[in-house]
Design a protein around this ligand. Structure first.
Ligand code: PEP
Length: 250
């Protein structure tokens, strides 16, 4: 299975900066990178730009959120079919910044995952514990609860999701989980999703996210249950993003 490397630009970028970044990434990819699946998740207004610049390339694109509703009176929201209109392959759901600043509950995150799947978009379901939860020994219970809500809602489609384990204390902090810490949680998530997808023939990608960079990517990606990365800050720097992609080659 190819590893999957997905950039999360968060609320960064602009037409000129995006074009420069994407052109540098495309120019830096070599045939050896064909063994890696790559995507970038951009702010919604730039999705048509990504469709233009990345269409026909090896790099897929996606959104950073999706509405839990199908259509109607939900001012400011963007539905899954709208994302599909602009060629999105992925949508992040339940990123900790959405859970923290927008009050997204496990149930809302699960509904978003279901909407994405119904529109043919792969939801990248983000789970992760806060530092207080880790210190209290609750890591496993927290991530299992977050993932269980999605599995419960999407049922047999659970084999079509991507999971991203993102310890909240490691996001944007420069503090990364050690490969062993990350592997331990990935192992738990692997068992949980495997039980729900017993008859699926393809294993679900479980990405690590949280201050992954060119230096720490090789050791994280070498872990048996780490199938790729969700990359925030380093995805804005083409050289760094390319090095992470190289570290994910088979
Ligand atoms: C993220 O936003 O999903 C993320 C992992 O950010 P960073 O790599 O900057 O920690």
């Amino acid at each position: 299975m190819n590893k999957l490397i997905v950039g999360n630009w968060k609320m960064n970028g602009g037409l000129a900066a995006n074009e420069a970044l994407l052109k540098a990434v495309l120019a830096g990819l070599t045939s050896a990178d064909a063994s890696v699946s790559v995507g970038v998740c951009a702010p919604a207004p730039y999705l048509p730009q990504l469709q233009t610049l990345l269409g026909g390339s090896a790099v897929a694109w996606g959104a950073q959120d999706v509405s839990a509703h199908e259509s109607g009176a939900y001012t400011g929201e963007v539905s899954a079919p709208m994302l599909r209109d602009f060629g999105c392959r992925y949508a992040l759901v339940g990123h900790s910044e959405r859970r923290q600043y927008h009050g997204e509950t496990d149930e809302v995150v699960a509904a978003k995952a279901q909407r994405a799947l119904a529109a043919g978009i792969t939801p990248i379901v983000c789970v992760g514990e806060t530092l207080a939860q880790r210190d209290a020994g609750e890591t496993e219970a927290v991530v299992k609860r977050q993932l269980a809500a999605v599995i419960h809602t999407v049922g047999h489609c659970s084999s079509e999701i991507v999971i991203a384990y993102e310890p909240v204390w490691a996001i944007g902090t420069g503090r990364t989980a050690t490969p062993e810490q990350a592997q331990a949680v990935h192992h738990v998530l692997r068992a949980q999703v495997a039980a729900a997808t017993a008859h699926a023939d393809q294993r679900v990608h479980i990405l690590y996210g949280g201050s992954m960079n060119a230096a720490n990517a090789p050791s994280l990606l070498a872990q048996p249950d780490i199938d790729g990365g969700l990359i925030g800050g380093a995805s804005l720097k083409p050289a760094d993003f390319l090095q992470i992609i190289q570290a994910a080659r088979r």
